[in-house]
Design a protein around this ligand. Structure first.
Ligand SMILES: C[S@@+](CC[C@H](N)C(=O)[O-])C[C@H]1O[C@@H](n2cnc3c(N)ncnc32)[C@H](O)[C@@H]1O
Length: 312
């Protein structure tokens, strides 16, 4: 996810010690944390592969992926880390430069590495460069998980998605950020183009991320379904999109307080009587307090009834 125009600028460093991914500023939310964890855990018995993140910012999502790197595996993280001088002179690169200057101006590789080291003994392979350089560091058909979260401009995302197809091995999962935000229409266009013409199979959608594969979606879908079945806070609905059954997920927010029984005026009067009686028994008479601001409606009536009965 990126900052929408007009948003407050993101923090460029954690506010305090980094004890978990939530201490790192960025755009990675709990529902996606649950999905990353479930999908990566489901690959735990598979042969070693490469994990990839294109667009890391301060490491919020990278540290989560990093929890699942097994012996003999590598996490490759690619980011400009502020090096806009690496962008070539072209209209697309100029737009990308404006995007980076607007949203990630103060990012440094050093802060990313500090954050990562706070939670992991070893750094990943850190590539300071354009997203397209990922192919120089990951062999075709070796990646088991790729998170694409770099530029959110159509031409760049489109090329990143095409490269991801080459990098993923059978059963590999790709996650695409910001597939539906109002300020990232280019991502939406690139994502659905890949679904309609590029072999990308959608599996699940969260408010912020698209989860897909390039082959049989059944194993990944089962992982997501099991996650939802085992977590009372998650909800899913299935939609058929271009012949694919796609799980749309959401996480319940703070639950509203359960509605209590409705009280009528007589109930309120009775309650007021009982409160006045109890309070009256316990307190000595006191000087009248300063008049309170008038309350209207049911609360006002209850307060006035209470006052009529109050011994103080
Ligand atoms: C939205 S942030 C990544 C957020 C991160 N994944 C998280 O969860 O907090 C996007 C990152 O992509 C990087 N970026 C933008 N355009 C890029 C490009 N063309 N190549 C490589 N990195 C790029 C930016 O420097 C920025 O750190």
């Amino acid at each position: 996810m990126t900052a929408a125009p007009g948003d407050a600028p993101p923090l460029d460093r954690p506010r305090g010690p980094v004890r978990g991914f939530t201490d790192i500023p960025g755009w990675f939310y709990w529902l996606d944390y649950l999905l990353f964890r479930a999908l990566l855990r489901s690959q735990a018995a598979s042969p070693p592969g490469v994990l990839v993140e294109i667009g890391a910012y301060l490491g919020k999502s990278a540290v989560v992926i990093g929890e699942h790197v097994r012996p003999g595996e590598e996490l490759v993280v690619v980011d400009l880390f502020g090096r806009t001088d690496l962008l070539p002179g072209s209209a697309v690169a100029d737009a990308n430069r404006a995007e980076v200057d607007g949203s990630y101006r103060t990012l440094t590789r050093q802060t990313f590495e500090q954050n990562y080291r706070a939670l992991h003994p070893q750094l990943p392979t850190v590539v300071e460069g354009l997203s397209e350089t990922v192919v120089d560091h990951v062999a075709p058909g070796t990646a088991r998980f790729v998170h694409v979260d770099a530029s959110h401009l159509f031409d760049v995302v489109r090329a990143d998605i095409a490269r991801t197809r080459e990098l993923l091995r059978p059963g590999g999962v790709v996650v695409l950020d910001d597939w539906r935000s109002e300020h990232t229409p280019g991502v939406a266009a690139a994502v659905w183009e890949a679904v309609l013409t590029g072999g990308l199979v959608p599996v699940a959608l969260t408010p912020h991320k698209f989860y897909g594969v390039y082959d049989d979606p059944a194993p990944a879908r089962r992982v997501v379904e099991d996650l939802v079945a085992g977590d009372a806070d998650l909800r899913s609905a299935t939609q058929s999109i271009a012949g694919h059954e796609v799980l749309r997920l959401r996480r319940l927010g703070a639950k509203p307080a359960p509605a209590g029984p409705r009280l009528d005026d007589r109930d309120l009067d009775r309650l007021a009587d009982r409160v006045a009686e109890r309070v009256g028994r316990r307190l000595d008479a006191r000087p009248a307090p300063a008049p309170a601001p008038a309350l209207r409606g049911r609360a006002g009536r209850a307060l006035r009834a209470l006052r009529r009965r109050s011994p103080f």
